[in-house]
Design a protein around this ligand. Structure first.
Ligand SMILES: [Zn+2]
Length: 133
């Protein structure tokens, strides 16, 4: 599903664009992720504990964070797979923008770098990415 981000460019969130914060009459609270819809879908409007309907629902848009993708760089040579420990690290942001390591890097390095970027906005993550080289 593609939805407009704050600048109006499409963002691909894999159909989980909105988090509904829901509460039933018995005070149970639960979260439900849905595509970008304006009202709570029936299938998530029931309390998972007692089946009571939600009496309050707060619509929480997804925060601006890059999507992190680890693309395997393993390849087949002479009948066997090699370089299983290498990946391309890719960041995906609004408007189809993306950043990817030009060459494969070690899995551990990719995970470390992804951890550094995971709580940043797209713009901030892209700035840090440039600095990391
Ligand atoms: Zn309940």
């Amino acid at each position: 599903m593609r939805t407009p981000d704050r600048e109006g460019a499409p963002v691909d969130h894999g159909e989980l664009d909105v988090c509904w914060s829901l509460v039933c009459d018995d005070g149970h609270a639960w979260d439900a992720w849905t595509p970008d819809v304006r009202s709570v879908p029936d299938e998530v409007a029931r309390c998972p504990e007692d089946g009571a309907p939600a009496v309050t629902a707060m619509r929480l848009p997804r925060a601006d964070r890059p999507t992190v993708v680890l693309v395997p760089a393993a390849r087949r040579r002479d009948g066997r797979d090699t370089h299983d420990d290498e990946v391309f690290l890719e960041l995906r942001g609004p408007g189809g923008r993306s950043l990817r390591t030009p060459i494969p890097i070690r899995w551990e390095q990719a995970v470390r770098r992804a951890a550094e970027l995971r709580t940043r906005t797209w713009d901030d993550a892209a700035r840090v990415w440039e600095r990391l080289g």
